[in-house]
Design a protein around this ligand. Structure first.
Ligand code: HEM
Length: 129
């Protein structure tokens, strides 16, 4: 089941990288420098950590199939416009999370994991484009 595959993937990532959030945001900001300014008040990285945590929870929920998180993400896309985060940043962020996790795991990133992540991200039509 995709939930188990994604969950074991997250465990492996946590073993290898401890806290992957700084790596993910570093990559996000490299690709989209304008997003970094939105976190200017987040000097200690707490908001970034929280956004990472809720994102992983949402993706895990989606992997389970019966996803409340698809609606949650749609709502947060709208809410975040008021915070300066454009809706498509969510797709970019999901894709960057997958890419960075894949890099962290290197040869241990399996075809099974790749397929499970792709199925989850496919719930969000623009995340894989
Ligand atoms: C399901 C996913 C997400 C949830 C549930 C969520 C939830 C929240 C909540 C509750 C806040 C605080 C609201 C407020 O201060 O008015 C917030 C703030 C924020 N979020 Fe998210 N978020 C999500 C994903 C993201 C993503 C993907 C990004 C961008 C990469 C992002 C960027 C921000 C920013 C820049 C702020 C404002 C920080 C500040 O004011 O210092 N969030 N989010």
């Amino acid at each position: 089941m995709d939930t188990d595959i994604i969950a074991s993937c997250l465990e492996l990532v946590a073993e290898r990288a401890d806290d992957p959030a700084p790596l993910v945001f570093q990559r996000l900001f490299q690709e989209n420098p304008e997003i970094e300014a939105l976190f200017v008040r987040d000097t200690a990285g707490l908001v970034r950590g929280e956004m990472m945590a809720v994102t992983l929870e949402a993706l895990l929920d989606c992997a389970g199939g019966d996803a409340y998180a698809v609606s949650l993400v749609e709502i947060e896309r709208v809410n975040h416009v008021g915070l300066g985060v454009e809706p498509e940043v969510f797709d970019t962020f999901f894709r960057v999370v997958m890419t960075v996790f894949k890099e962290i795991l290197g040869d241990d990133w399996t075809d099974e994991m790749d397929a499970a992540w792709r199925r989850v991200l496919a719930r969000f039509p623009h995340a894989l484009t």
